[in-house]
Ligand binder design. Structure first.
Ligand code: CTP
Length: 406
């Protein structure tokens, strides 16, 4: 799914610091992607970085002069470190070598990039990239912890194949992932200090050990909302039914299979401190489960009898949460095939929730796009067709506006 919350980068001035690691070649793609997202990119390289990629590459890509030297005479008063960092909305150092992290952690200022990081007023984000032994070294871990404690955002690294031929932790996040991270970082934070609990995806009700009943929910909408809540500054817990989607960074995920397990996980999360401010029920929960699933695989009998399944009702998670004495502010979702507004309003009232979000049209399951109708006590409002990530951001802005003050 294309993450269109990249619109947060539109018009932003990003100072891209490139240090001397093999991953420096990926910084060229990163500069390009940042520009595509509408950012203005200014590159500063360390001397070591120029051994891996030439400054001309970045100059050609960004259309801006590239600086490597503290004593560059192109900038007035020889104050490149002040001039360049003063106008930036953020400094992103990618790749950030172990050496750079050590310097930044200790406040050294022996080259232009390190000096700028020390002299900055804007946020600093670093994307570590190094051999796994260097990453795991206690000195590096100490430096990273120090930087995080100083308010520096650490993006990655991830695990994978390394340039040295080894496999392990230390690979720089891919350029697209870094752009998304930066976009999230720069997003408005109307949910700062709030805790949000969500359900997403389908549920799976077993018939026997190898068969079960599920539905076509992909979890994409719920995961996109979880991610947008996190980008808006919330502490997010996501209770997910079976789906192969990647967990959005910074989101606590609890995997479940059945509706009953989803119910139990939601109640446990609500009982655990701190208090949950908002509950967003996006999951397509099975209304019924097989009364007694077989412990053994059902066999075809020779008499051609078909098995008879008996069902019992599952708990209604949303309605149960909304009825709790300590109920958070609740948002429900609805899949309706007809009379969207009337049925949606009736469902909102029946579940006892202030906001119900109805999917407009069928076949939204699994797609990357959607169209939503927001239904509350005053009536309804349409969020026009858009990418699910974009809709999620719009919905989270609505939630933040409506959420009662603590
Ligand atoms: N929901 C829930 N627990 C259930 C069933 C639904 O939490 N056992 C939540 C869904 O996550 C969604 C909302 O209730 O937010 C509405 O789900 P939907 O399937 O549209 O409605 P149902 O209550 O199941 O009613 P019906 O299927 O009859 O329309």
């Amino acid at each position: 799914m294309c993450y269109t919350a990249r619109m947060n980068l539109q018009g932003k001035r990003i100072l891209l610091g490139v240090t001397g690691g093999v991953a420096a070649y990926k910084a060229a793609e990163l500069a390009r992607e940042l520009q595509r997202a509408g950012a203005h990119v200014q590159v500063v390289m360390t001397e070591a970085a120029t051994r891996f990629v030439g400054p001309v590459t970045f100059q050609a890509l960004t259309g801006e002069p590239v600086f490597t030297d503290q004593w560059d005479v192109r900038i007035a008063n020889n104050m490149a470190h002040i001039e360049l960092s003063r106008t930036a909305d953020a400094i992103l150092v990618a790749p950030a070598t172990a050496d750079f992290l050590a310097k930044a952690a200790h406040g050294l200022a022996d080259d232009l990039l390190a000096t700028m990081c020390l002299a900055r007023e804007c946020p600093l984000l670093v994307a570590p990239a190094m051999n796994r032994q260097m990453w795991l070294h206690p000195a590096t871990q100490r430096n990273v912890a120090r930087l995080a404690a100083d308010g520096v955002a650490i993006l990655g690294p991830e695990s994978g194949e390394q340039a040295c031929g080894e496999t392990g932790m230390g690979r720089m996040l891919e350029p697209a992932g870094l752009v998304d991270e930066l976009a999230d970082f720069l997003a408005p934070k109307p949910l700062a200090g709030r805790r949000v609990l969500l359900t997403a995806g389908p549920t799976y009700e077993p018939i026997d050990p190898v068969r079960g009943i599920t539905n076509l929910s992909s979890g994409k909408m719920g995961f996109a909302i979880a991610r947008a809540c996190r980008a808006a500054g919330a502490q997010v817990t996501l209770v997910a039914g079976p789906t192969a989607l990647a967990t959005p960074r910074g989101v606590t995920r609890i995997d479940v299979r059945t509706a009953q397990q989803m119910h139990d996980a939601v109640m446990a999360a609500l009982d655990a401190p701190p208090r949950t401010d908002a509950f967003v029920a996006v999951a397509a929960v099975a209304d019924w489960r097989v009364a007694s699933p077989s412990e053994r695989k059902l066999k075809k009998s020779s008499s051609h009898d078909v098995p008879k399944l008996e069902f019992v009702q599952n708990p209604d998670i949303l309605a149960t949460v909304a009825r709790r004495a300590d109920a958070p502010w609740c948002v429900g979702f609805a899949a309706e095939s007809e009379d969207l507004e009337a049925n949606g309003q009736a469902k909102r009232i029946a579940k006892g929730v202030p906001l119900l979000v109805a999917n407009i049209g069928h076949e939204t399951f699994g797609r990357d796009e959607n169209e939503l109708l927001l239904i509350d006590e005053h009536g309804s409002r349409r969020l026009p067709r858009a990418d699910k990530a974009q809709l999620a951001q719009a919905l989270v802005a609505e939630i933040a506006q409506r959420l009662p003050r603590p």
